[in-house]
Design a protein around this ligand. Sequence first.
Ligand code: SF4
Length: 458
Amino acid sequence: MAISVFDLFKIGIGPSSSHTVGPMRAAALFVQALRERGELAQVRRIEVQLYGSLSATGVGHGSDNAVIMGLMGEWPDAIDPAQIGPRIAQLRENDRLLLDASWPVAFVWARDMRLIDENLPFHPNAMTLVAEGEAGELHRDTYYSVGGGFVVDASQAAAGVADRDTTVLPYDFSSAVELLELCRRHDLNVAQLMLANELTWRSEEEIRAGLMKLWRAMQDCVEQGLKHEGILPGGLNVRRRAARLHRSLQELNKPNVIGSTLSAMEWVNLFALAVNEENAAGGRMVTAPTNGAAGIIPAVLHYFMKFSEAVTDANVVDYLLGAAAVGILCKKNASISGAEVGCQGEVGSACAMAAAGLAQILGATPAQLCNAAEIGLEHNLGLTCDPVGGLVQVPCIERNAIAAVKAINAAQMALRGDGQHFISLDRVIRTMRDTGADMHDKYKETSRGGLAVSAVEC
Ligand code: SF4
């Protein structure tokens, strides 16, 4: 399975990669299939069935609305988040869905949006879409949202294939041991090796431009997060904090030099809070590698860009490539989905990725970079996914800020060493996978355990 940096970092919308971005993509793929089969104009009615975690916490994550938008032909990277609310309200009022933005079909929300409290075997985030014509069923497919906005359909799941991309890469790696050996043998650092792999899909100019576009989207997201105040949607009455914190930090007016001020860490908190509040509000953001954990990687990069001297675009490119190398290892050998392995797969993976990215631009050897990632992941092992009310707010928003600070510390600790460490990155990733397998389902994005339950009891 070949994974690109652009698979791990995708411009999307909040609040969840597996519950919002993935379901919207799945529905858009379903419409695409109807179009390719020449059946679009024969459709009279659509039924949506959400299973497992999508049923348990999907409404809180906006999965239902996301699927409808996908059926209307929208894609997560292009949709205007501000249009979702009014278009859903119109559909609910008229019982009419504009399939592929062109073909009106019947859709009665109470009847056709079905939440089914049952797990399908391949993955807990499952959904089935059914298109009916005059004479009965025209087409149905089941999709699995496997984390980070990745989607697998029923035939891929049956073949045990999680991704169709079988591109042969010049420096393919499936473990940190292989990555380190390739770097050693070809005298490359991790970012250089990743860039060489990316050249299989795109020119260097396109890669650099694409990564800078992601960075601009991350910056826009922080900017939006600093502008908005008030209560986040969903009913928990969680107050946004980023704008107020920003004003306080500006008042401090401390010099922008690392180490000169305790408030530097507060800036890291600020960047993460801004992204995750924007995500929780359904705004535009970048999956990194998921929505729930989307604040960590941008926060650490903002921190570096704000407090370092003579920063360049090359720093951004190297940071994202270094981070992606670790994201690939987590995805290939464990999971980046909270529904599969708990929050260690989301926040833990993002923390490891950010640590690796920062280590890369601070001049780490490949061994030091792997050490940074290992430290970042090791101290998130066992982290459960227990979002209160099924919303990506508590503990998710604050957890990103804590993990971003942890990532910086991990990179700094690794850079003080020679790359040798007691437990290897491969072993820690394997431990994440095994811990996730042992973890009770109630701690995997179902909101049936942990803080999700304690908060209700209080
Ligand atoms: S607790 Fe972690 S894994 Fe679960 S929704 Fe929040 S950020 Fe995602």
